[in-house]
Design a protein around this ligand. Structure first.
Ligand code: ZN
Length: 301
């Protein structure tokens, strides 16, 4: 029996050494259900957040440091959504989407990114505190879905040929989401400056065709273990390896002490304005909808 089950709420590393390709595959089930249970989102927004959390899991599991954090943030103008934030820390995922309910109600069942976000940008931030490395790339939210936007991120910001597939579906009241990320990293690329990148390397189109043949129903099927799915896609390769797996959980970091420390950083006159009729400062966590009531004297300097 493997230590970690590879069916749901898990990310798995993948390598195809003979093609210089590496990547991650992830599937989410109860993590998505738990995140969405804190909100009361319309179906279109639930679908988008399920896909965004899957992308966050794929990108977060690329972090080399166990303490590293990955943040996905969409900044937008003139769309139905004005803010989307997801993050990843130690396998813990959380996220929320701020949107205009009236505009969302007018959207088609499968809206484009432009219909959702208007003129939007996706910022992807890799934060690795031990190496004191912080890297942020920004791409326009264009294309049919978040997977395509993420692909352009890697092509534009990092010059790495990449394939990103995301899928999410609600069946019998439960969400099933899955994603595949593959990248072409020619010899010696890992941890080294790239002198040039060959976007026309013959190995890559081959891997992209095999990876791109993955079906949405395979990505979201919790009865199909991720290692079996990788084998199904790449079994004709000389060698395909699965690497470490990371268990995924829903997690929020909004404990009362943290909320107090944030409030304490505001100047005294601004804190006074936050006090409600009941004499308390009320703070709601946008990620998990927890509500905190804080005594003003607890945070006074
Ligand atoms: Zn929270």
């Amino acid at each position: 029996m493997p230590a970690v089950q590879l069916n749901s709420d898990v990310a798995l590393g993948v390598a195809i050494p003979s093609r210089n390709a590496r990547g991650r595959i992830a599937r989410l089930g109860s993590v998505v259900d738990t995140v969405l249970a804190s909100h009361n989102y319309p179906p279109v927004i639930e679908q988008l957040l399920a896909e965004a959390l899957t992308l966050t899991a794929l990108l977060g599991s690329l972090l080399k440091e166990s303490q590293g954090q990955l943040t996905l943030q969409a900044q937008t103008e003139g769309g139905a959504i004005d803010l989307m934030v997801c993050d990843y820390l130690r396998g813990e995922l959380r996220g929320y989407i701020r949107h205009d309910a009236d505009l969302v109600a007018e959207l088609p069942d499968h809206p484009t990114l432009e219909q959702l976000f208007g003129k939007g940008y996706l910022a992807i931030t890799f934060d690795q505190p031990v190496a004191a490395e912080r890297y942020q790339g920004i791409v326009p939210l264009e294309g049919r879905n978040l997977g395509e936007a993420a692909q352009s991120y890697f092509a534009q910001s990092e010059q790495i040929p990449s394939l990103v597939r995301l899928a999410a579906e609600k069946r019998d009241d439960h969400w099933h989401a899955g994603g595949l990320l593959l990248q072409h990293l020619p010899e010696g690329e890992e941890g080294r400056e790239r002198l040039h990148t060959r976007l026309d390397h013959p190995d890559w189109p081959h891997v992209a065709i095999l990876g791109g043949s993955v079906k949405a129903e395979e990505l979201t099927d919790p009865t199909l273990p991720l290692d079996d799915l990788i084998w199904r896609l790449f079994h004709e390769e000389d060698e395909v390896r699965t690497l470490e797996s990371i268990e995924l959980k829903r997690g929020c970091r909004c404990d009362p002490a943290y909320v107090r420390s944030v409030i304490a950083r505001f100047p005294e006159d601004e804190r006074a304005e936050m006090v409600g009729d009941d004499g308390l400062i009320r703070v709601d966590c946008a990620f998990c909808s927890s509500s905190f009531s804080i005594e003003p004297k607890e945070v006074s300097s």
